[in-house]
Write a protein that binds this ligand. Structure first.
Ligand code: BTN
Length: 278
């Protein structure tokens, strides 16, 4: 089996990792049903903040809205980070935005690819999805008690690795760059960027992070449809507010949307920052 530039072992991830909290403890597994499910269980049992669960393969990777996440061995980063932020539960969506921004920054700085963000939780390259984020948490009296930020990043897949149903909408760093990259290096950068943003949020709040996320957004200023269960909103995406909600203007008025699947109605999703940006 080709694990492309080394397996995601604890020792290799830790070597040269300059973070204080994120990745302090690492559980590196060959195969697991879902790193999020395991990390949630560990968080419930009191595992400390910054613990990372990572697997070569997930057999029941979880996506948003009950979907499956395709997680074959050796080609992606399937990982979950346990956090214990001092946040009210309604502020938690901002953590998802923060994680997306960390992934986009890491991809940009390590490959020069113009990674961009599709609200609420996707990282796109060239208009196709390279990474999804699933944040799950435990709360007590309106406060976040623990939070698991799961991220699935397609790194070294060729397009034929994806099931046919995903081939048009999914991509990987390898597809976009034309060569394989080190998963270890990308994961280290993600942890570094994520921790930087996390510590900054504790001092300065979410505003600077939101501003940067908005600059990388493929959605803002565009006409979109947002599917939320059976309901579909159509309108112009005009803002992402201080709680991470998407503000949509339609003929019916202004909507504040907390979750959903966004598609562009017109315009070009690819070129939000369509230049290489090393
Ligand atoms: C999405 O639907 O876009 C979110 C996908 C999140 C997938 C990741 S892979 C690691 C972690 N463990 C899971 O079971 N899911 C998340």
């Amino acid at each position: 089996m080709d694990f492309g530039h080394g397996i995601l072992s604890e020792a290799e991830i830790k070597a040269g990792l300059g973070t204080l909290i994120f990745g302090r403890k690492i559980y590196s597994l060959t195969s697991v049903e879902s790193t999020n499910a395991l990390a949630l269980k560990m968080a419930e049992e009191g595992t400390e903040e910054g613990t990372l669960v990572v697997a070569e393969e997930q057999t029941r990777g979880r996506g948003r809205m009950g979907r499956q996440w395709h997680s074959p061995p050796g080609v992606g980063i399937w990982s979950s980070l346990i956090l214990r932020p001092r946040l009210l539960s309604h502020q938690a969506p901002c953590l998802t935005l923060m994680a997306g921004l960390a992934v986009a920054r890491a991809i940009r700085s390590s490959t020069g690819l113009p990674a961009a963000l599709r609200w609420p939780n996707d990282v796109l390259i060239g208009g196709r999805k390279a990474c999804g984020i699933l944040t799950e948490m435990g709360t007590r009296q309106g406060q976040v008690e623990y939070c698991v930020v799961g991220l699935g990043l397609n790194v070294n897949q060729s397009q034929t690795h994806f099931p046919p149903s995903l081939r048009l909408e999914a991509t990987s760093i390898r597809t976009e760059l034309g060569r394989e990259v080190s998963r270890i290096e990308i994961l280290q950068r993600i942890l570094t960027e994520f921790e930087r943003l996390y510590l900054r949020q504790q001092k300065e709040g979410f505003s600077p992070i939101l501003e940067e996320s908005k600059r990388l957004s493929t959605v803002l200023g565009k006409w979109v449809s947002v599917r939320q269960g059976l309901h579909v909103y159509h309108g112009k995406a005009v803002d992402i507010d201080h709680e991470g909600a998407l503000m949509l203007e339609s003929e019916q008025g202004r909507h504040r949307i907390f979750a959903g699947d966004v598609s562009l109605i017109e315009g070009d999703v690819n070129h939000v920052a369509g230049h290489r940006c090393r």
